[in-house]
Each structure stands twice: as C-alpha cells, then as structure tokens.
Design a protein around this ligand. Structure first.
Ligand SMILES: Cc1cc2nc3c(=O)[nH]c(=O)nc-3n(C[C@H](O)[C@H](O)[C@H](O)COP(=O)(O)O)c2cc1C
Length: 180
C-alpha cells in the first residue's frame, strides 16, 4: 500500500521557525508517510490581481498539495494574540481556487509561540478560520508549545516528554482518520 501523504503548513516564514520545527516533529511522530511542506510566500491577496491574472500558480500548487494529501497539519505562531497574517493570507488565497480542497480533510491544528500560553489564543482563532472550509479538525490533544525557542534541541526535536507524548497521540488519531 502507498504511504499516506501528510502535508504540513507552518504559519511562519522564518528559517528557524518553531512552527516549522513543530510540523516536522508532527511528521516524525505520524510515522511512515510521505511528507511535504507548504511554501506560503504568496503575494498579498488583492482582488484586482485576481481579476486580471487569476489565482497565482504558487497558490494553486499549494491548493493541489492540500487536495492530494491524506491529512494536513497546520501550526500557527501567535502575533499579537492572533495567527500570522501570512497564514490568513494563504487561507484566503487558497479559498479562491476552484472547489474546496479542505472539505472532509483530516486536519490537526497546533501552535508554538514565545509566550507562556504557547499561542493558545491564536490556535483557537485559527480553528475558527477553518470553519468555512469544513475540514475534519481533530479536537485534541491540544498542542500549544510555550516558550518555544527553548523547546527544540539542536536536531529540531521537541525536548519536553509531555509534548512528544501528546503530539504522538494527536498524530496517531490523525492517521486513524485516513480511510483504510
Ligand atoms: C509581531 C509579533 C507579535 C508577537 N506576538 C506574540 C503573542 O501575542 N504571543 C506570543 O506568545 N508570542 C508573540 N510573539 C513572539 C512569537 O511567538 C515568537 O517570535 C515565535 O518564535 C514566532 O514563531 P516562529 O518561531 O514559528 O517564527 C510575537 C512576535 C512578533 C514578531
């Protein structure tokens, strides 16, 4: 049987992003799979650009990756108590593609941030952003990695046993959502 396709979306563009590390850890704990990450370096959504040139090719490429994935993990950073503009911009552009790549898709949402709540509020807002797209979002365990710059080792692996345990549980649930 082909390996399940897991697609990761990080809400941060930073090379050393904790959220990018977190989706890679999610992929490791998901187990045997083919994993790819989104490149969200899209232009800012502009209705005039869409009207004259259509949906950009790099948006369509990510939309296709979502559509073809068996499951998706999204991790958001927290900027001023909300998800990053990069992530919201990406969700808006993707929603302009034909069809709905998210419909019924198994999705795990998580967050990593510098603050002591680990982006919990941003994650809650991200969950509400996803409602119009009707994915199958797992309810938990909720993963919000606090003080995130100190929570990953040199190899990018999570240091805290509790995070590893709960992220592992979340990933096994995500795997179980994939029709067999
Ligand atoms: C504009 C801005 C706003 C931020 N606001 C918050 C915040 O509300 N809560 C928080 O925990 N961290 C906040 N931070 C710190 C980020 O959580 C931290 O930089 C985090 O590492 C960014 O995620 P990344 O490592 O994936 O890039 C903010 C950072 C920036 C640049």
């Amino acid at each position: 049987m082909a390996k399940p396709k897991l697609f990761g979306i990080s809400g941060s563009l930073r090379a050393d992003s904790c959220n990018s590390k977190l989706i890679r850890e999610a992929a490791r704990l998901f187990g045997d799979c083919s994993f790819a990450e989104a490149d969200l370096r899209f232009s800012l959504y502009d209705g005039d650009e869409e009207a004259t040139s259509g949906v950009p090719e790099n948006v369509k490429a990510v939309e296709r990756q979502i559509a073809e994935a068996d499951a998706v993990v999204i991790s958001t950073t927290e900027y001023n108590k909300g998800p990053s503009g990069v992530l919201k911009n990406a969700l808006d552009w993707i929603s302009r593609c034909e069809g709905n790549c998210w419909a019924g898709k198994p999705v795990a949402v998580m967050s990593a941030a510098a603050g002591r709540a680990g982006g919990e509020r941003a994650q809650l807002i991200l969950r509400s952003f996803m409602v119009p797209f009707r994915p199958r979002i797992l309810q938990g365990p909720e993963i919000h990695v606090a003080n995130c710059s100190n929570e990953f080792d040199e190899q990018g692996q999570l240091k805290g046993e509790i995070y590893v345990k709960e992220l592992g549980q979340l990933m096994q649930q995500l795997r179980a959502e994939i029709p067999g």
